[in-house]
Ligand binder design. Structure first.
Ligand code: 1CP
Length: 396
């Protein structure tokens, strides 16, 4: 409770800025030069060293204890020394609903659980919209973890901050946990669209302040995870998802500009938003990088994102992040090797496109988070294979 933001030039100098340069368009994908790589959900679940920490502390205790969050964030950086180009702060998207006054528990083997989810518009008005939230006070434990981790990283790789897309959080707050259909959240939108918009708007404002404060604490790139962007109709996407995703970078800048703090690169990962129109809309929504799930080919994604000009009219197309199928890490080494090769050098691969002169940065990643059953040494093999394929200047 005595945290204050650090001076941003008090941190060790960054020695690997490949991620930031790819996102900003100053390091376009070039044949023979391996692009930056990291793995969504790289800290946690599948790592025995994480399970060791979790055996002693509850999930949210790890999130709320800066030295534990820092330790867990550094675990993959240590284990895969030199193979990862970014770290992501250990936390969860659900710390934001907690900050907004909702209880969230992490049930072993089941995932997040809200004992008292939002019931109806009156309930949301009373428990959410009529309350003032002191974002700094509620979430300063995250900022303390970010500041400590920036020091712990010693400038090896940049530190990513994150939050959820407003739609994804709305889903959890209404359903009370994960869902296959998200039908309560969807029913709310059909029955009470004005109430849904008021809640999404509040979540967007809190999230933007949270992202800006993560930057003040030391985050060097921001990613928005809209994991549930795949459950609405195209019209629902345009109505309840896209406007709130677009608002985040605008509001983050509005927080940071008066402080004289530059806005770092921002990435949007809207899982399942992969139609041509949705990809084009995401590429034009104020973010520097569009994250892709594994259901689209790199060529298809390039085709539908390269006509737009990237963040704030930048003279380069948006960077793309992704999109190796996370399940291949459960499929054995020959499958990993083949799939990495396909994403790089297949007929529709990232490097094949680059060799044809199709422009745009690439940040290598999976198409969603790494799953709990993965052998960490298979994850290492994946990182090594990407490096190997990307060092080549042609498919042979
Ligand atoms: O008990 C445990 O240890 C729970 C496992 C766990 C972990 C390690 C959860 C529960 N969250 C996290 C950390 C986490 N979550 C990070 C930290 C950095 C990292 O792991 O590298 C991040 C970025 C998230 C983001 C998150 N949480 C998302 C968005 C990204 C995604 O994977 O779709 C979502 C939807 C959640 C909700 C959540 N938290 C945890 C669970 C089990 C779930 C449900 C979805 C899921 O199974 O992943």
């Amino acid at each position: 409770t005595d945290y204050s933001f650090p001076s941003l030039d008090s941190f060790p100098p960054l020695r690997n800025d490949a991620l930031l340069r790819s996102a900003q368009g100053t390091q376009p994908l070039a044949l023979g030069t391996p692009p930056p790589i990291w793995i969504m959900r790289q800290a946690g679940r599948y790592l025995p060293e994480f399970q060791h920490v979790r055996a002693q502390h509850s999930f949210f205790t790890v999130c709320r204890t800066p030295h534990l969050a820092c330790e867990v964030t550094l675990q993959p950086i240590r284990r895969f020394d030199g193979l990862l180009d970014a770290s992501i702060i250990f936390s969860d998207i659900l710390v934001v609903p907690q900050a907004m006054g909702l209880d969230v528990e992490m049930l072993p083997g089941l995932g997040p659980h809200f004992p008292d989810p939002l019931r109806d518009p009156q309930d949301a008005q009373r428990r959410l919209l009529d309350r003032d939230i002191d974002v700094f006070h509620e979430l300063q434990y995250v900022y303390a973890a970010i500041t400590e981790t920036r020091h712990g990283l010693e400038g090896k790789v940049p530190l990513i901050g994150f939050c959820a897309g407003p739609w994804t959080l709305f889903g959890y707050m209404v359903e009370g946990g994960g869902s296959r259909t998200w039908e309560k959240a969807k029913a709310w939108c059909y029955k009470n669209p004005d109430s849904a918009h008021a809640i999404l708007d509040r979540i967007a404002h809190v999230s933007a302040q949270y992202l800006a404060q993560q930057v003040q604490a030391g985050a060097q790139l921001l990613q928005v995870f809209d994991t549930n962007a795949d459950c609405l109709t195209p019209h629902g996407f345009s109505t309840f998802i896209l406007p709130y995703l677009r608002r985040l970078p605008v509001l983050v800048r509005a927080h940071l500009d008066p402080l004289g703090v530059p806005c770092p690169p921002m990435t949007v990962f809207a899982k399942g938003a992969t139609s041509p129109a949705q990809l084009a809309a995401l590429a034009d929504s104020g973010y520097d990088t569009v994250g892709l799930d594994w259901t689209v080919s790199p060529r298809f994604a390039r085709e539908h994102t390269s006509r737009t000009r990237g963040n704030a009219g930048a003279p380069h197309p948006v960077a793309l992040q992704g999109n190796v199928d996370p399940s291949v890490l459960l499929g054995g080494r020959s499958a990993i090797k083949a799939e990495v090769r396909r994403v790089c050098w297949g007929p529709d691969g990232f490097l094949t496109c680059a060799s044809e002169g199709i422009r745009g940065g690439w940040i290598v990643n999976l198409g969603h988070g790494i799953t709990p059953g993965v052998d960490p040494e298979d994850a290492r093999y994946f990182l090594e294979r990407v490096r190997r394929e990307c060092a080549k200047t042609g498919p042979e």
